[in-house]
Write a protein that binds this ligand. Structure first.
Ligand SMILES: [Mn+2]
Length: 337
């Protein structure tokens, strides 16, 4: 397994060295891992003397402005012409849709597509992939790529790598944290990565509104003892006026609940769409199967789905109205304590 990843890393590095103009692109509504991955690779491309553009559909959250190269990451695709690039590298994207850049589907066959991510997925469109759930974050996968190819890491790169790890593991709280993750984190601190600054700006340094939202989700937590599953939810009124960033990581923060096999967080964005996030602990249920049953996907410990519907509270109970035209299906979720 590790040998196969090493081979991939060497081949991908070769492609990077051969490229004339590289497009780095992360997923829309970027989180800490996507932001750190873009900043890290902008620095690497500069050090290699490569022509490049690093872009995301949405601006990187301002809390990550302490990362080197932050100001060089573009947002939106208005000024991007896909034909200019001979290599496209997606970062932290389970598939091409996550970039929200439709032109990617129209790329010419000679334009090389490489995907770096920590969610296992097989994407027939891409030429090369470095994906494995042995990595807790995309920056951990990028660390593997860089170290395998003897790239000289320094403190700034170390900060970006560690920031991605800390944000995606909730500061080492989530089950994705492996001995490998902790070893890489330790090495990055040795390199001079600024741990305190990262902690202040990521997982534990959440905004007031994010903490209140977490409190709301925690207060509503109910355990269904039939299935030993915990459920919580967020309604449109809870999310009014908040950033997308504020909902990031809430399901992860709830995932350490002892004694339950899985936790489900339902979020109604007020636009007829409900997002479901499943999380489980090391000894819990395989939530990828649960998400798949709802038309979604993910991995064993973290998975999700999206359905058309609405959430409401009625007499202290959660009511989920599924909107599936032409008929409207009503399902009351029995989340009895
Ligand atoms: Mn990630």
């Amino acid at each position: 397994m590790e040998e196969e990843l090493k081979n991939q890393a060497r081949l991908i590095w070769q492609k990077l060295l051969e490229a004339n103009n590289i497009l780095f692109i992360a997923h829309q509504r970027p989180d800490g891992d996507a932001s750190s991955s873009l900043c890290l690779m902008a620095g690497v491309a500069k050090a290699l003397g490569k022509k490049f553009t690093a872009v995301c559909a949405d601006p990187l959250p301002a809390q990550f402005s302490f990362l080197a190269n932050f100001s060089q990451i573009k947002s939106g695709f208005a000024e991007i012409k896909l034909a200019d690039f001979d290599l496209i590298m997606t970062l932290d994207c389970s598939d091409l849709q996550r970039t929200a850049y439709p032109d990617l589907f129209l790329r010419a066959p000679e334009q090389c597509l490489i995907e770096i991510d920590h969610h296992p997925n097989l994407n027939p469109q891409s030429n090369w992939q470095l994906r494995s759930s042995i990595f807790a974050s995309t920056t951990e996968a990028l660390h593997f790529l860089l170290v395998e190819n003897n790239y000289p890491l320094e403190a700034k790169a170390g900060t970006a790598i560690l920031a991605g790890i800390i944000d995606d593991t909730g500061a080492f709280l989530y089950p994705s944290t492996s001995p490998r993750t902790l070893t890489v984190a330790g090495q990055m601190i040795d390199l001079g990565a600024n741990l305190q600054k990262i902690l202040a700006h990521t997982a534990s340094g959440q905004s007031n509104s994010a903490l209140k939202l977490l409190g709301t989700a925690m207060a509503r937590l109910k355990i269904n003892r039939t299935y030993n599953v915990a459920i919580s939810y967020l309604l449109p009124a809870d999310l009014a006026g908040l950033d997308n960033d504020d909902t990031n990581g809430i399901s992860g923060r709830l995932s350490n609940l002892p004694g339950v096999r899985a936790i489900l967080l339902l979020t109604d964005n007020g636009q007829g769409v409900i997002k479901g996030s499943w999380r489980s602990r090391e000894d819990g249920a395989d939530v990828s199967a649960l998400a798949k049953a709802m038309g979604g996907g993910g991995h064993v410990r973290a998975a999700g789905f999206t359905i058309y519907g609405r959430l409401a509270e009625e007499k202290g109970k959660l009511k989920l109205t599924r909107l599936c035209p032409p008929e409207t299906l009503s399902v009351a979720l029995q989340a009895g304590a």
